[in-house]
Design a protein around this ligand. Structure first.
Ligand SMILES: Cc1cc2nc3c(=O)[nH]c(=O)nc-3n(C[C@H](O)[C@H](O)[C@H](O)COP(=O)(O)O)c2cc1C
Length: 181
């Protein structure tokens, strides 16, 4: 079984990356793990032309970049998205990716599709103390999973994390979460 872990932050060595590393270590005993970072990819914003609503194809020049990311999703059985709060939502880079996935959105026919039967997990982190903001981010990720027909199987919210050094204090919670994946 394969697990794809996504760093939804543009920071490659921050707190999100630290959590991705820990999740990867935990899952690698049971899964073949691949980690990607949204910053590994460069793509333009969705222009909202809606061509894909009737063709299931994106007309933009860099459509192949998004198809490449989606082939990573297609290859995996388990998807774990790890996202920090940027202004109380997923970082703009990850939101821009979600927008570009409209050809895969199941609200229109035809639509592109990844293999069925995938399970999705979400981890949200933030600096502030209030869990409601984490829940909002988890909601954005689970909304995305829903339209890709990825089954939402679990989520974890982590507050009071600003830097990677703050992750150690939450290691036990993250390991416990991973044991359920
Ligand atoms: C542009 C930006 C916006 C942020 N907005 C929020 C916010 O609205 N609420 C919050 O609790 N933390 C916010 N943070 C803090 C991050 O969620 C936190 O530092 C997280 O650990 C960053 O992880 P990263 O370095 O892996 O991206 C923000 C950080 C940045 C860089």
């Amino acid at each position: 079984m394969k697990a794809l872990i996504i760093n939804c932050s543009p920071v490659r060595d921050g707190a999100t990356a630290e959590i991705v590393k820990l999740v990867s270590e935990q899952l690698s005993a049971r899964y073949s793990v691949k980690c990607i970072c949204i910053d590994d990819y460069s793509f333009a914003f969705c222009k909202g032309c809606r061509s894909c609503h009737s063709t299931a194809k994106c007309v933009m020049e860099d459509a192949g970049v998004i198809e490449g990311i989606m082939s990573e999703y297609d290859d995996a059985d388990i998807i774990v998205s790890v996202s920090p709060s940027y202004w109380a939502d997923v970082p703009g880079q990850f939101k821009a990716f979600i927008d570009r996935c409209t050809p895969w959105c199941n609200t229109h026919e035809p639509h592109a599709a990844i293999r069925s039967g995938k399970k999705g997990y979400a981890i949200a982190l933030r600096t502030g103390p209030n869990m409601a903001e984490c829940e909002r981010i988890i909601g954005s990720i689970e909304h995305f999973y829903g339209h890709l027909e990825i089954e939402c199987k679990g989520h974890l919210g982590l507050t009071s994390i600003e830097y990677k050094e703050n992750v150690a204090a939450r290691k036990k919670d993250i390991i416990a979460f991973c044991s359920e994946i």
